[in-house]
Structures are given as structure tokens and as C-alpha cells.
Write a new protein. Structure first.
Length: 339
């Protein structure tokens, strides 16, 4: 049976109430739909909720689906509207850089902020480096990179949706206008404003481009060097891996550091002195990362502490983002402790 006829049969069965047929229809799109929800909302947990809500809405509305667009387009329409509703009620996700200027010296007496919703990491397993369509501008991994998703959070919902649907997923302006119940003129205007904002906040070269230029061997070398520097308390090694303008942020901590002097002041007073470390290489948001497990003095177990994600430039670390909290390990499918 051809793929088209199989989909048509499942669509007919699903319309008649067959939830297994609906699951088969959704399965090939579920991973990308989830990534779309994450880009819109900046949180894996919010994306989980939004996708579940969107699929429930789609299931209930399926008998009214007339097939004037593809099932893919229709599902993205439902998911986008669901995310717009969620974004309106929950607000945008922030990064420490959004909250104030960088610190010049180490901060030891300030705890995490509990009244700010911070951007979270994203498990990139299953995402490809392919464009969603010939019209798309961004690869799928580029479109979950930290700088891009953080910049998206500064856009109003309509601009965020228009940019993602057009530049990431390859929808036409007319399709987006139908999704957002507006005109193509409004869509084109939203696209223009969104692209300007993104261009002002996102580096010209994506991490995917930088990583391909560096090569896997150099990326592994940098990540392994960072792990060794923290585990051995080797400040000279760490300095050799950093750019002069490196930044280090630690959501949900509100403060952040800019410049190698400030970053090293933090490093030698906090991670290099707070206990013993074990690191597990991983990836998140299409970027190299380490799962960092800490064993404080007097303890016997290495427990989940942070996911340290790296932005690389010219073979060195230009930004470290430490997502603190064991919940981030769950997102990436990592254990809460290690030997």
C-alpha cells in the first residue's frame, strides 16, 4: 500500500474515532511539532503541555478537517494557535542577560530567582541538519540554538509565529495568514520586523556553521579541556579555552559575567572550590554540552548539578550557559547521579 493511500485510510479511520490511526498519522510529525512548540515557548515542559493540548484539539476537530491543506500544515496551525494562547498567558522566557548588567566580580550571597521564568535547554536527539523545505532559511538544529530561541522570546507572539512558520518550516505567507487569521500584508510586515530583531540579537554565523568549521575533533578537545580544568582546578587550562569576551550565565541565578577576568573570578571561587566534579559529554540545543555532577566535601555521591552548554567561536568557548537543577538532566534523559 502506498504512503498516500495508507495516510488516507488512517485519516478516514481517525475521523471515525480510531485513536490508533490518529497516532499513526501524528507519529512522523510529533518530534518536529514538539521542537516548534519549544521554539515558540522556550521551555521543554511548556512544549510538552502545548503539544499535548494541540493534539487533543486536533483529535477533537479532526472530523471537521476538510483536507484543503495538508495534514502537516493543519497540525502546525493547531500547534501554533495553541502556543500563542500559552505564550499570552505565561509570558516570555528570560535569560540572566535580560535582567541586568554583568557582574565584574564573583557573587557568593545571592540565590536563584523564583519569580522569573527562565529559558530552558532542549534535547536535540532526533533533530536533523536538514531544511524543512526549500523555502526554509534555518536548519532544524540551527532553529533550536540557544541564541536563536532566546532572541525569539523578545518577539511578540505574532512575529514569533510568522518567523518560525516562514523561515524555519517553509510555509507561504498566505498559509501563515490563514493560520493566524490575518492578511498576507500583516504577515509580511511581521516577518520584516521579526527578522530585524533577530539579526540584531543573533550572531551572523550559527553554531552549526562554527561546529562544522571546527570539526568534531576540536570540539571534543575543547569540551574535554573544560571538564579537565574544573575537575583538576586548573585555571590556566580554563583560560586557554576561553575567548577574551567570554560570558558565563547560570539560570536560575540572576547574575552573569562578561569578559575572561570576571568569568575566571567566578570559576576560581565557585566551581573550582565547591567540591569534586564528574562530567558526561552530551549535546543540547544543537550545541556541545556537559552534564556536570557535583560531590560536595563530605558526601559520597556525585549528584546532578548543571548542564553546561557551550557556544564556540574560532575554536574557543565564547559563552557558557549553566542550566542549574536536576530537572534539566531529566529533560536530556540523563541519570540524577553518577559514580
Amino acid at each position: 500500500m502506498s504512503e498516500v493511500s495508507s495516510e488516507s485510510l488512517d485519516l478516514a479511520l481517525a475521523r471515525a474515532g480510531d485513536d490508533a490511526a490518529f497516532d499513526r498519522l501524528v507519529a512522523p510529525l510529533r518530534r518536529q511539532l514538539h521542537a516548534h512548540c519549544y521554539r515558540m515557548l522556550g521551555s521543554t515542559h511548556d512544549a510538552d503541555d502545548a503539544l499535548q493540548d494541540a493534539l487533543l484539539r486536533a483529535w477533537r476537530a479532526l472530523p471537521r478537517f476538510e483536507g484543503r491543506s495538508s495534514l502537516r500544515s493543519w497540525l502546525y496551525t493547531v500547534a501554533t494557535r495553541t502556543c500563542l494562547d500559552a505564550a499570552e498567558s505565561r509570558g516570555r522566557r528570560a535569560m540572566p542577560v535580560d535582567l541586568g548588567p554583568s557582574r565584574d566580580t564573583v557573587v557568593l550571597d545571592q540565590g536563584p530567582l523564583t519569580d522569573v521564568a527562565f529559558l530552558g535547554p532542549y534535547a536535540d536527539t532526533g533533530l536533523t541538519n536538514e531544511l524543512a523545505s526549500p523555502a526554509a532559511r534555518y536548519e532544524q538544529r540551527e532553529a533550536v540554538e540557544l541564541a536563536f530561541v532566546a532572541a525569539l522570546q523578545h518577539l511578540p507572539g505574532n512575529q514569533r509565529a510568522a518567523l518560525l512558520l516562514f523561515d524555519v518550516l517553509g510555509f507561504s505567507a498566505a498559509e501563515i495568514a490563514d493560520t493566524m487569521k490575518t492578511s498576507t500584508t500583516s504577515v509580511n510586515s511581521a516577518l520584516s520586523r521579526a527578522r530585524k530583531e533577530i539579526a540584531d540579537k543573533v550572531p551572523a554565523r550559527s553554531q552549526q556553521q562554527n561546529l562544522r568549521t571546527l570539526g568534531d575533533a576540536r570540539v571534543r578537545e575543547v569540551v574535554a579541556g573544560y571538564a579537565a580544568a574544573l575537575e583538576q582546578g586548573d585555571s590556566e587550562l580554563l583560560v586557554s579555552l576561553l575567548t577574551e569576551d567570554v560570558t558565563w550565565s547560570m539560570p536560575p541565578m540572576p547574575y552573569w559575567y562578561a569578559g575572561v577576568t570576571a568569568v575566571m573570578d567566578h570559576a576560581v571561587h565557585v566551581p573550582m572550590t565547591c567540591g569534586s566534579w564528574r562530567h558526561v559529554p552530551t549535546t543540547a540545543n544543537g550545541q556541545p554540552a556537559l552534564a556536570c555532577y557535583l560531590r560536595p566535601e563530605g558526601e559520597s555521591e556525585y549528584a546532578a548539578w548543571s548542564i553546561d552548554m557551550f557556544t564556540l567561536r574560532d575554536g574557543r568557548i565564547a559563552a557558557i550557559t549553566s542550566f542549574i537543577g536536576k530537572e534539566n538532566f531529566t529533560i536530556l534523559g540523563l541519570p540524577p547521579t553518577t559514580d
